[in-house]
Ligand binder design. Structure first.
Ligand SMILES: [Zn+2]
Length: 749
């Protein structure tokens, strides 16, 4: 046995192949690896001939360095190239650092990827795995309970999770597996440069869980190896829930270049966000997919009037000259986009009532049979056959690094700004949904090129945004479908849908059955790590109809309390019937069936409460604040029904319905700079609830000078505020039905 050991961690490696056969916490004796249930591979090397962990020779060397001990590993792979690995244990930490690479001979075969480390043989941590959880930055943050039970060999699991790709992969570079209250393992890659990689946690052939990282070759070619310039780390957890792991990651993440501009609050102080304050402070809710090309003023007026705050509308794709549709074609080059076809009454109505809008645009999808098709064909993104993703990326994509794309991206939206004077721009199926690789040799990037491709997306966003801002004479916020940390500093908002699951489609779909049973759920990992730095999340996939079910009340509350804006979505089904009339499929960009579901006034009023909270007393927390761990709160659960009719008629979840058990009180804690802490409690049920809070339990070290309570509840008054005693041992908060309470603690400066 090769051993690395300190008082915090014991690691044992097999001398024959370097496999990790023991990972033990000496403080309690907990062993994480079942040595008898390891998989076969210590690494997996991918070449054009396939993927293999086979090797002809293995050597190792243990070295003592200053403050650490490390083991250097070297495999002569069967495919030819030499695979190297390093495992380093610091003297005084429960922290393992991994490094790896591939050395190739001058005549060696092209290498495509390396999977290392592979930590195999992970079993249950709590009895029967019942209280075990895996959290992953898939789709900005998911957790799955008892993965040993729910994951499937070659099926359900986080097997191939590309980064940065948050629709089908990872938005950040960490994941963790822990047993509640017992302990666990945290894994992270510490790469500030956007290299393409995969963060994996899955069930292997011998029925145990396995964690691994795959590293893409940045420059694929004969005789070339893989340099992996970043380290990966593994640490022990105490089993204190997702904030423990997210907190470890955050300590590193906010030091990286994408946070270099400072927090939104700091930027506001500098005057940076002055020009798009509307997005953070004025917009109380969002709509998505309302027809841009047809008169929808009746609905626009109704939403504004009943929700009560300005709204942010991402209008549907039906504004381009050649049709931009879902499944029935997209435009090609410049001439296919202009002149635009925005309905002038919609735009006038939006302006008149103080709302804002962004057009929907497939910025990287291209009709190669349309305008400039010949030139564009040379700029098409070339994917590998084996994509290592749950996604097939079956769209006609442009490679972002190709000179044609760069020029076209900027020129099109500069012209759009000039012609339509948009308030913001929204890109669908864009950088945050696409695998970062291109095998074309003529685009000016290395073959493979994950980091180069990621960099090209960043450049295109930045250049286009600058050009649009120049034309507009003001800052033009830019947003995308989904979000990754690598583009945090060039984008301002994102659309997500996982918060609406299971009454929503798209991201999260591989876990749909577990989302329906409640064994998988969204966790606010991205918000916990980055909220005070960046983009506004739009989520919810909602409609103001009674037919979508009562899960609506939960989804609205959680979306706001996790720092987002609730999104009413009109992409795949009609708008609410007003006076018995809804919009028809013949005027839409996707085919849908009539519904005749009436606009629900009461639901609009409920949404209006949260819009008022977001733009009112809750604004500094929900728009600018830093998320803190929630208080342990047990106020019971409630089962709510849902009905999902807003998706493609042919999709498997169309017309799916069910019920879901959720917390009766939705709760979150936020901090605004060092000035105050806000505790939010939303009662989603129909009865009055009480919550007891001990001021001593507040997650702050500073002295609380004053406490205020803000109650937002239905009715003419909407909002009441009062000062509460700070010296009470326990505060009893009364939360009216379907209402939200903000308890604010002002901290001593
Ligand atoms: Zn390319």
């Amino acid at each position: 046995m090769i051993e690395l050991e300190n008082s915090h961690l014991y690691v044992g490696l097999r001398e024959e192949n370097g496999a990790i056969v023991s990972l033990r916490d000496p403080s309690n004796g907990r062993e994480y690896v079942e040595a008898g249930r390891l998989g076969d591979d210590v690494f997996r090397l991918e070449t054009e001939a396939g993927t293999s962990g086979g090797f002809r020779g293995f050597t190792y060397e243990v070295r003592q360095g200053e403050g650490y001990r490390e083991c250097l590993l070297r495999w002569q792979s069967e495919a030819g190239p030499v695979v190297t690995g390093t495992i380093r244990l610091r003297e005084d930490a429960d922290q393992l650092e991994f490094r790896c690479g591939v050395d190739n001979a001058a005549d060696g075969p092209p290498v495509i990827s390396l999977e290392y480390p592979i930590l195999s043989g992970l079993g249950a941590i709590t009895d029967g795995g019942e209280d075990d959880v895996v959290i992953h930055s898939f789709a900005t943050g998911f957790q799955v309970r008892n993965p040993l039970k729910h994951f499937r060999q070659d099926g359900m699991g986080f097997r191939y999770m590309p980064y940065p790709e948050s629709f089908s992969g990872a938005a950040m570079q960490f994941f963790a597996y822990y047993g509640k209250g017992r302990g666990g393992l945290y894994f992270a890659a510490l790469d500030p440069e956007g290299y393409a990689k995969w963060l994996n946690f899955y069930k292997n052939d011998c029925g145990r869980l396995e964690a691994s990282f795959i590293h893409a070759c940045e420059d694929i070619g004969a005789g070339k190896g893989i340099e992996v310039p970043y380290a990966m780390e593994m640490r022990l957890l105490r089993g204190r829930g997702w904030p423990e792991a997210a907190g470890l990651y955050k300590a590193w993440a906010v030091q990286q270049p994408w946070c270099a501009r400072g927090t939104l609050a700091e930027r506001r102080e500098r005057g940076d966000v002055e020009l798009f304050r509307w997005l953070y402070e004025e917009a109380g809710a969002a709509t998505f997919g309302i027809n841009a090309g047809y008169d929808r003023t009746k609905w626009l007026r109704k939403y504004r009037e009943r929700i009560g705050t300005p709204l942010f509308h991402i209008l549907g794709p039906d504004w381009s000259n050649a049709p931009q549709t879902f499944g029935r074609g997209v435009p090609g080059g410049y001439d296919d986009w202009f002149p635009t076809r925005f309905n002038p009454d919609n735009i006038a109505c939006i302006r008149e009532q103080g709302d804002r809008f962004a057009p929907f645009e497939f910025d990287y999808l291209f009709n190669f049979g349309g305008a400039d098709g010949e030139r564009a064909r040379a700029a098409a993104q070339r994917f590998p056959e084996d994509k290592k993703s749950i996604d097939a990326y079956r769209f006609p994509f442009l490679c972002p690094a190709a000179p044609f794309t760069r020029e076209f991206h900027r020129r099109r939206d500069e012209a759009l700004q000039r012609e339509a004077d948009v308030d913001a721009i929204y890109y669908d199926i864009s950088a945050n949904n696409i695998l970062k690789t291109c095998l074309d040799e003529s685009h000016g990037h290395p073959v493979g090129g994950g980091k180069a491709i990621n960099g090209a997306y960043r450049t295109n966003y930045a250049e286009t945004k600058a050009a649009m801002g120049q034309v507009a004479g003001r800052y033009v916020p830019m947003g995308t479908e989904m979000m990754n940390e690598t583009v945090l500093d060039v984008l301002d908002f994102y659309q997500a849908r996982a918060g609406g699951q299971p009454a929503a489609p798209l991201e999260g779909y591989p876990f749909r059955d577990l989302l329906k049973s409640g064994d998988a759920e969204l966790v606010p990992l991205f918000a916990y790590v980055y909220h005070e730095y960046g983009p506004v999340r739009l989520d919810g996939w909602g409609k103001l109809t009674a037919e979508i079910g009562d899960l609506f009340y939960f989804t609205v509350a959680r979306t706001y309390l996790w720092g987002g804006l609730y999104e009413l979505n009109y992409e795949y089904s009609p708008m609410e019937a007003l006076d018995g009339v809804e919009n028809g499929s013949d005027e839409h960009y996707a085919v849908f069936e009539p519904r005749g579901y009436a606009f629900a006034e009461e639901r609009a009023g409920y949404l209006g409460l949260f819009a008022a909270l977001r733009t009112g007393a809750g604004n500094k927390y929900l728009a600018y604040g830093e998320m803190l761990p929630p208080l342990p709160l047990d106020s019971g659960r409630v089962t709510l029904d849902w009905f999902h009719y807003n998706h493609g008629i042919g999709s498997p979840e169309y017309n799916d319905a069910g019920s879901l058990s959720v917390e009766r009180i939705v709760h979150a804690v936020w901090k605004y700079r060092d000035e105050s802490v806000g505790l939010f409690f939303a009662n989603i049920g129909e009865e009055v609830r009480e919550v007891a809070v001990c001021p001593g339990d507040l997650p702050v070290s500073e002295l609380v000078t004053e406490m205020r309570c803000h109650v937002y509840s239905p009715g003419p008054e909407l909002r009441r505020s009062e000062t509460v005693q700070t010296n009470a041992r326990e505060l009893k908060l009364t939360i009216p039905p379907r209402s939200v309470v903000l308890l604010e603690a002002l901290l001593h400066p």
